[in-house]
Structure formats: C-alpha cells, structure tokens
Design a protein around this ligand. Sequence first.
Ligand SMILES: *Cc1c(COP(=O)(O)O)cnc(C)c1O
Length: 388
Amino acid sequence: MKKTAQINSKPPRPKTDRNGVEGLIRTMMRKHRTPFMVIRRCVLEKQYSRFRKYLPEVIPYYAIKANPHPGVIKTFVKLGASFDVASAAEMRHVLHLGASPGKIIFANTIKSDEDIITARRRRVRLMTFDNEPELYKLAKDYPRAHVLVRIKVTNEGSVVELSLKFGADPEHAFFLLRKAKALGLTPMGVSFHVGSQSTNVENYLQALEISAGIFNEAKKTGLSLRIMDIGGGFPIQHFDNEIGVNFERMACQIRREMKALFDKKVRFIAEPGRFLVGPAGILVTQVIGRTFRNNKNYYYLNDGIYGDFSGMIFDHCRYEFKTLRRGQKYLSTLAGPTCDSFDTLSLNEEIPELYVGDIVYVKNIGAYSCASATTGFNGFPPAKIILI
Ligand SMILES: *Cc1c(COP(=O)(O)O)cnc(C)c1O
C-alpha cells in the first residue's frame, strides 16, 4: 500500500492556481511519495534561452556543482551547452552523459595531480588557475593545457563570496600568464567569479574593466589573449515578491561593457550554475508531526537541513515556504525530521494552520540543494528527484 500521511479534510482548491504549480504538485502527489523534488525541463530550457538571448556573445558553461543530476545534464547536452567541472569525477560524469571534451572547462584553480592527468587523458584542455605552483603541476602533467588566470574581484553584495578563497591579485595576472607561456602552457585569457547570487552588476563591470587591463598589457608584449571568462553568479529570484533581481538589465549592462572594452576577436564564456537550474526545482514536503510550543505552532517536515534544505547552510540561501492551505496565517516554526535541533528551517513563518499530511513546498530550489544533501543522516533520505 502506498503510504503517505493523508488527511481527511482536503484543502480547498485555490481560485487562481499559482502558475499551475499547485495543480502540478497535486498531480505528482498521486504517484510519488514525499519528499520529492520536481525539476521542470521546460524551465531549464527557458533559463538557457534567456541566457543565450540576453548575452548572445557569451557561451554558457553550466557549472554542474549547482545540480549534477544526470537528467539536468542531459537536458543541457541536448541544448548544446558547455560545462564547468571542478574535479575528475565531475568531468567523467559529464563526458559519460554526452558532453564533448572541447565543451568542458576544468574551472577549479586547485587540482590534484590525478585530476590533471585525467583531464589530459580525456582531452579536456581548457582550465583555470590562480597561482604559480599550480603552473608547475600543469607543466609537468599536462603541458598542452590551455589556461585562464582567475583573478580576485570584488564580490560586494553577493550572497556567497568566492574571492575569499580564490583568485590571483590582478597585478600578478600578467606575470602568471607569462610564466605559463614560459613553462610551455598556452595562456588563453582571464577568468573571474563575482560571487554567487550577485545582484550587484557593478561587480561584473569592475571585473571586466580590470580584465581588459590585463588583456591590453598582454597585447603590448605580443601575448594575444583570446578568452574572457566572466564566471557565474547570475542571480535568480527566490521569493515571489523579491525586488532587485533583474537578469535582463544586468546582462544588457555587461554586454555593453564587453563591447566597449574588448577586441572583437575575444571570445566570451561564462559559468552560470544557479541561474540555469535554480528556477526549475520545486521541493515538495509533508508535515509529519506538529505541536504547540513557545506560543507557536511547530511543524515537522519530512525534509530538512541535512537534506534538500542544505542550501540554507552551505549556500546561505533563504526560501519561501508555501502551503496549499489558505486562510488566517499564524506565526509558526518549520523544522526538519532529524533529531538535531539545528535542523530547524524557520522560526517565524507566517502560514495557515497545517495538519499532519499537509504539503509545504518551495519553488526556485533547483540549485545547491539536492547537490549538497547528505545521503541519509538519521535515516532520512533526501528527496527523490523527478524530471518532468
Ligand atoms: C560555483 C561556481 C560557478 C557557478 O556559480 P553560480 O553562482 O551558481 O552561477 C561558476 N564557476 C565557478 C568556478 C564556481 O566555483
């Protein structure tokens, strides 16, 4: 018998079905047990074509760490996307799913010897680096590698700061590229990452300006750079009424800056992760228990921090929790299923009263969620992923 904690009183059907999402959830509930994550291919396609449309000169390399699910990768392979991988395992994964080696960038600036050798064997030639010792490793294990120097850029206003850990000082970039050349590698250009969920377009504009300076400096000494990698960081809306996220406007400004600063021969690439996959994911959970404590309703869901809400920790992400019920809202706490009180999702959600078996769902949770979930802490497996 299929067992989901069903309740007797069905929630009333809302008058306007929010984007068909609630209808979709009801349909899926007939076939699948919660928790599950629905990933809509049509949204992956939409995000990919939005990116292509507003940044037509920029080739997107999907950063698979955001969501490495085979169905997601296959969808992007079909769309003709390229891929950003950070390890030999990720490299093998995308190659196995049909990506060609020429459409992969190995974009971790720190690589183990084994991983460099795998890249050579698999003919994945394009990679980033940000320090001199790495160049010696590459020169030894993969002398024909094509390298981009990753520079440290401002991550102001980005939710996840990456320049804390990666990127050479821009003043050293030219030296490093020359060093690469002296060691027999092929210096190809510059890369940066403005930090994830970067709503501040200035980060990109400033980084482009600094990069253009490096291109010019190189040109003066006869080193012609050909690839400008503008990284990831493109933001998405996590809440329905969120303001300040406008990809189209950002893209327009980025594009203008690229045209103004770079030679026509320069090829642009990017490494979007969140932008391509975040909006495609809907996580559906159920209330498995409830209580009243601290003058509040407490609801325990069957997915939590150790599962698909892991992004609340690792990705510093906040989500909009929605229910299928309507009516009076009360201040409530939402928690995950494990025996750890750290597994608490929100202490102050305004939501209608819920009963055991009721649905709590979250949209725009396709990136940095299932990817970083544990495999089953306390015996609670992460949500099943369903591509539709
Ligand atoms: C994580 C990462 C990305 C993807 O970043 P988003 O903010 O998800 O677009 C791209 N490039 C590198 C090197 C990364 O580490």
